[in-house]
Design a protein around this ligand. Structure first.
Ligand SMILES: [Zn+2]
Ligand SMILES: [Zn+2]
Length: 340
C-alpha cells in the first residue's frame, strides 16, 4: 500500500509498504481518508521538532473509516467514520492512573514518536477512535487540532461572561478562541500579524483584536477591560518573549495558560506573580473526553471549521507541494490531504 515517509528533514518520499496485519484484541484496522497538516509536521519536515527521529511516517490529524475490528472491540463497528486520538499512552503511570493519558509519562504520539497516518491503512487501539454519525472526513481530521484548544479551555475552567485574552492567532490560537467563545467568554485576541487578526474579526466575530506590532498590549488590555485586565490569558505562540511578557497580562487572581511551547526556559518576576496570586497552567494534547466534547460541539454546529482549510492536496501530490506549506508567505492555516 501507499505511504509517505519523512526520511530526513526536507525529504518526504512516496513508498510502497506492507499492508497491516489483521487487528488483534482491542485493535481496529482503519482506512485513512483525510490527513490534516499541522505545525508539528512542518517542524519535523524542517528538522526543528525536538525529540523527533527519522525515518517517520508523519500525520496525526486523521479522518478514518473502520475496516475491521479485533476481538473485544465494542466502541466502533465496521464502516464507522472516526476521529483519531493519536496519543498512545502506557496505562500504568501516575498520569494515566489519574485519567490524564494526554500527559502520560511515556506518551508516544502517532506521527511523532511512532508512525502516523500518511498511509492508506493502519492498525491502532480501538479505544483511540471517536466515531461520529454525521461529521465529514474533513471535519473528523480537524478534531485533533481542535482538541488542543478545547483542552486548554477546559484546563482554564472558564465562567460564562469572563474576559479572556488569547495571544497568538495561528492555528492553535484559533482553536482556543473557538472554545473560549463556545464557553461564553468575551475574547480579546493579540497577534503580530494583521491578516490573522483580520481573520478573527471577519470570521470569528472578535471585536477586540490587538496588533502588538503597532499598539501597546498592556495599555490596550487595560482599556478594553476597564482596568481589570483579563482573568484568563492563553499564550498560543510558543514564543519565549511572548510567554515571558504574558505574565504581565492576567488580572489579580487570574490564570495564565501556556498552550504553545518552545525548547527553553521561561523566567518571570516572582513578586508580580505572587502579588496577583496567578495560577500558571500547562496544557498538553487533549483527553478522550475532550475529543467527545469536540465532536458533539461540531455536530451541533457550535464550532464552525469550514473556513479553516486553506490548502488541499491529493496524497500523491504531497511530496511536491509540502515544501510550499512550510513557507509562511503561503498563508497556510490548515492544509488537508485527501487519500480518497
Ligand atoms: Zn496537530
Ligand atoms: Zn502513562
Amino acid at each position: 500500500m501507499k505511504a509517505l515517509i519523512l526520511q530526513q528533514p526536507g525529504r518526504l518520499v512516496a513508498a510502497d509498504i506492507a499492508s497491516p496485519a489483521a487487528p488483534g484484541p482491542g485493535e481496529a484496522l482503519v482506512r485513512v481518508h483525510r490527513i490534516g497538516i499541522c505545525g508539528t509536521d512542518i517542524h519535523a519536515y524542517a528538522g526543528r521538532q525536538p525529540f523527533f527521529t527519522y525515518p517517520r511516517i508523519v500525520g496525526h490529524e486523521l479522518g478514518v473509516e473502520v475496516l475491521a475490528v479485533g476481538p473485544g472491540v465494542d466502541n466502533v463497528r465496521i464502516g464507522d467514520r472516526c476521529a483519531v486520538e493519536p496519543y498512545i499512552n502506557c496505562g500504568r503511570c501516575i498520569a494515566c492512573r489519574r485519567g490524564k493519558p494526554n500527559c502520560c509519562s511515556d506518551i508516544r504520539v502517532m506521527g511523532v514518536h511512532v508512525d502516523g497516518g500518511m498511509r492508506e491503512q493502519l492498525v491502532l487501539p480501538a479505544a483511540k477512535l471517536h466515531r461520529s454519525a454525521s461529521l465529514s472526513y474533513d471535519q473528523l481530521a480537524l478534531v485533533e487540532t481542535l482538541g488542543i484548544g478545547a483542552h486548554a479551555v477546559q484546563r482554564a475552567a472558564l465562567d460564562p461572561g469572563e474576559t479572556v485574552a488569547v495571544i497568538g492567532a495561528g492555528p492553535i490560537g484559533l482553536t482556543v478562541i473557538q472554545f473560549a467563545l463556545a464557553a461564553g467568554a468575551r475574547v480579546i485576541v493579540l497577534d503580530v500579524n494583521a491578516s490573522r487578526l483580520a481573520f478573527c474579526r471577519d470570521h470569528l466575530g472578535i471585536a477586540a483584536a490587538i496588533d502588538t506590532q503597532t499598539a501597546d498590549p498592556l495599555a490596550q488590555l487595560r482599556e478594553l477591560t476597564g482596568g481589570d485586565m483579563p482573568t484568563a490569558v492563553f499564550d498560543a505562540t510558543g514564543n519565549p518573549q511572548s510567554m515571558a511578557t504574558a505574565f504581565r497580562f492576567p488580572a489579580h487572581g487570574g490564570r495564565l495558560i501556556f498552550v504553545g511551547l518552545f525548547p527553553g526556559d521561561v523566567t518571570f518576576n516572582d513578586p508580580e506573580f505572587h502579588r496577583r496570586e496567578l495560577a500558571l497552567l500547562g496544557s498538553r494534547n487533549a483527553r478522550p473526553e475532550d475529543f467527545r466534547h469536540i465532536i458533539e460541539q461540531v455536530e451541533a454546529g457550535r464550532i464552525d471549521t469550514t473556513t479553516w482549510i486553506t490548502h488541499r492536496a491529493a496524497f500523491d501530490a504531497v511530496p511536491d507541494v509540502f515544501p510550499s506549506w512550510t513557507r509562511p508567505e503561503t498563508g497556510v492555516r490548515k492544509a488537508m490531504v485527501a487519500l480518497t
